[in-house]
Design a binder for this molecule. Structure first.
Ligand SMILES: Cc1cc2nc3c(=O)[nH]c(=O)nc-3n(C[C@H](O)[C@H](O)[C@H](O)COP(=O)(O)OP(=O)(O)OC[C@H]3O[C@@H](n4cnc5c(N)ncnc54)[C@H](O)[C@@H]3O)c2cc1C
Length: 433
């Protein structure tokens, strides 16, 4: 019987699993329903322009993702892939948090001590809060929300710092977001090394960043990538797995399912095992949050002081000057996380509001000559307090699960996806499935 492993889903989780298995000598076949690899982190073509389905940012703390990138890119220098810089959050004239070149934790203490937009009392209260988190080992009750965690924090620190960070990291409003998951992110970014809090903004499109070189790595090791191939059914028995796609049924030694959480129920039969029933029950309880990215092209460079700027949230929350990041000069990406009322409008209306917002920031901007909004309605699961997740790994003999929603350390992110893919693949290798 074939020793091949079928991987269903060519997003970052599925491709992380594929690289791990191929690197260990296992032949894999990746089934991806879309034409382009990358799932929720992929390149799209819009009116002749290549952009991403949404602007992404990585952190220096993304250890698993960065390790996989080194594997698939080999000698290629990181500076070709990313703009990496020390944490610097700036809303011009309103707020500034900039870490100086100091080792952790002094970089954060110094950044908070010198933060602009907060009074001395507010800065000291914020430093005291961070020290309390550290003393408590970044642990709290599972049911606690970020809003409840922040009850002692001054309003300005919540509005200017913590709430925007929570939206950016968890894509969930502070009133419902999981405080423990937020603390996990803060610990990953700030507890160990100053490099962990660095921001990495891709200089290449997301498919070129990982899924495409991962596919080349897998193909060079007897692997096969089938883009545009929808799996409709998986049938597991004691000796192997039958995978049904496009009226073809093929036999594999094992299958690793790395589809999005809402796509799981189309593939798995609840009665097959208790673990499958439990996984399906937990994802059935998920809610989802959107992320909007509006791209606007101006016929001259934006001239933004930084490649990434914090905005007031009316309606855009973050501005990326893509012209400073390897794209055409004048290309802006503006991000809105979560279900904001201001974004629930027709795309043309949203684009106009964002253009007006950018014009307030950069008054002499000419009108944009191109603009498009991408609304990813199910960008991430809502990372609410007390939410149960299935774990990555075996659901039953020969059937494995991966995906951003299975990681308990990180919220729905590229790092959660790659961590889950690697964890599931390692389990498969250890069990010799
Ligand atoms: C707009 C936006 C902005 C984001 N910003 C950030 C950010 O700044 N930083 C960050 O770290 N994360 C960010 N994320 C989150 C990150 O993109 C996701 O957490 C990650 O990509 C999820 O990867 P995944 O492989 O688990 O799932 P997915 O990407 O959903 O992959 C699942 C794949 O399975 C395929 N599939 C489904 N069903 C089938 C089937 N039956 N047969 C074959 N294939 C199938 C799908 O087409 C898809 O490609 C953002 C997400 C979005 C949408």
């Amino acid at each position: 019987m074939s020793a091949r492993v079928a991987i269903i889903g060519g997003g970052w989780a599925g491709m992380a699993a594929a690289v791990t298995l191929a690197g260990a000598g296992r032949a894999v076949t990746v089934f991806e329903s879309a034409r382009v690899l990358g799932g929720r982190g992929r390149r799209v073509e819009l009116g002749g322009r290549r952009v991403d389905n949404g602007q992404h940012i990585l952190l220096g703390a993304y250890a698993q993702t960065l390790s996989l990138l080194r594997t698939v890119h080999g000698e290629r220098p990181e500076r070709e892939l990313f703009d990496r810089r020390r944490l610097h959050l700036e809303e011009p004239g309103v707020f500034r948090l900039k870490t100086p070149p100091l080792p952790a934790p002094w970089h954060l203490a110094a950044a908070l001590l010198t933060a602009r937009g907060l009074s001395r009392r507010e800065r000291l209260a914020t430093i005291a809060f961070v020290r309390r988190l550290k003393r408590g080992g970044y642990r709290c009750a599972a049911q606690l929300t970020v809003g409840a965690l922040l009850t002692d924090q001054p309003e300005a620190a919540v509005q200017l710092l913590w709430a925007p960070l929570c939206l950016a990291a968890l894509n969930t409003p502070i009133d419902t977001a999981s405080a423990q998951m937020f603390l996990n992110v803060l610990r990953a970014a700030f507890a160990a090394h100053a490099r962990d809090s660095e921001m990495l903004i891709p200089r290449v499109d997301l498919t070129a960043l990982f899924p495409a070189p991962a596919a080349a790595y897998v193909e060079a090791r007897a692997g096969e990538i089938r883009s545009g191939s929808v799996v409709t059914r998986i049938v597991v028995d004691a000796d192997g797995v039958n995978v049904v796609s496009a009226a073809r049924e093929e036999r594999f030694a094992a299958a690793l399912v790395a589809v999005g959480p809402h796509q799981l129920e189309h593939l798995l039969a609840p009665a097959a095992s208790d673990a499958i029933s439990a996984a399906l029950a937990s994802v059935a309880a998920f809610a989802y949050e959107p992320i909007y990215t509006t791209y606007l092209h101006y016929p001259r460079p934006l001239g933004s002081p930084l490649p990434m700027l914090k905005l007031h949230g009316d309606p855009g929350q973050w501005l990326f000057d893509r012209g400073q990041l390897g794209d055409a000069p004048g290309l802006a990406a503006v991000v809105i996380s979560t279900d904001m009322p201001a974004a629930r409008v027709e795309h043309g209306v949203l684009t106009q509001a964002i253009d007006a917002q950018l014009r307030r920031l950069i008054p002499d901007l000419p009108p944009p000559d191109w603009a498009q909004t991408i609304a990813e309605r199910r960008a991430t699961y809502a990372c609410v307090a007390g939410l149960a997740h299935p774990a990555p790994g075996a659901l039953q003999p020969r059937l494995y699960l991966a995906g951003d929603y299975t990681d308990s350390a990180f919220p729905a992110t590229l790092e959660a996806a790659t961590r889950s893919g690697v964890a599931a693949a390692r389990q498969l290798l250890a069990l010799r499935a």
